[in-house]
Design a protein around this ligand. Structure first.
Ligand code: SIN
Length: 285
């Protein structure tokens, strides 16, 4: 089926490892098109043994759409769309350590995230990825029709707002001076469907998450979170989840419209340094 790339799906229930491509080089249209097709089919594509500067990582991302910006982290000096995600050996909190899809609190959330490993711990620091389309498909018809038509109120405030889990002072110490800013946006709310339809494949996926969805529209936070807890437990069953072991030079590109992820925080005393790029998506429907 693939002419220009090799695609190995043995990594787990979601995602595929692509080989035979050097992402630092200018890629032929056919290669880009096959990577795009593999990404839509498998939801995440992983590459090993890459050697990318921030501008090269950004240039690869730009092949799939306009680059996005992240509201709560300053970019690296060499590119405005590349943010550093660093956990120092002495820090405790990690960035992205809960099941979520990236920036789903934005009016137009990013469709893709490209995470590139600069330095990884010897043990641990894996990222878990869950297939939210397969998990949606396995819900009962009753659950699909009841929640499929409902909206959620999405917000950054439970993580980045005042009193949120990334308490500003603590996180500045933990994540470094790059973290912070956009205090007003951190309290904002936007409505999105609880289950969204993918803009390119038309497939439906679970979209609401505990860190980013404050409530179901018209419901209380507590009532809503018992539903979100159920959905998170459902979608993170082993049969939907791939655990990706990073190596220096690995790059993962995941589709935030149909994949949840969770960065494991199990490497005390070790350093982990990643670079992240996001690509603009479409308004969720
Ligand atoms: C993120 O949530 O974007 C970070 C994931 C990771 O560091 O593995």
């Amino acid at each position: 089926m693939w002419k220009t790339i090799e695609v190995d799906t043995s990594v787990g229930p979601v995602g595929a490892i692509i080989s035979g491509v050097d992402l630092s080089e200018e890629l032929d249209e056919e290669v880009v098109s096959e990577i795009h097709q593999a990404w839509l089919k498998h939801h995440i594509v992983f590459f090993r043994d890459q050697d990318l500067t921030p501008p090269q990582q950004a240039a690869f991302g730009e092949l799939f759409g306009e680059l996005d910006t992240y509201p709560f982290m300053k970019s690296v000096d060499s590119h405005p769309n590349v943010i550093p995600i660093i956990k120092e050996p002495e820090t405790k909190i990690n960035f992205g350590g809960a099941w979520h899809t990236d920036s789903s609190y934005k009016e137009v959330p990013p469709k893709a995230t490209l995470l590139y490993a600069i330095e990884v711990p010897q043990n641990g620091g894996d990222t878990l990825f869950a297939n939210a389309t397969a998990a949606y498909q396995d819900l009962s018809d009753g659950m699909k029709s009841t929640f499929g038509e409902m909206k959620g109120v999405f917000t950054p405030k439970m993580v980045h707002g005042s009193g949120g889990s990334y308490d500003k002072k603590e996180m500045k110490k933990e994540l470094g001076p790059s973290y912070g800013g956009n205090e007003e946006f951190a309290e904002s709310e936007v409505e999105h469907p609880l289950m969204r339809t993918h803009g390119e494949t038309g497939n439906k996926s679970i979209y609401c998450s505990k860190p980013h969805t404050h409530r179901i529209k018209g419901w209380s936070h507590e009532e809503s979170h018992s539903i979100f807890s159920f959905l998170t437990k459902h979608l993170t069953q082993e049969k939907y989840v791939t655990q990706f072991k990073w190596e220096k030079g690995s790059l993962a590109m995941w589709d935030n419209r149909c994949v949840f992820h969770n960065a494991l925080n199990d490497y005390p005393g070790e350093r982990r340094h990643m670079h992240r790029v996001t690509i603009k998506g479409e308004r969720p429907i």
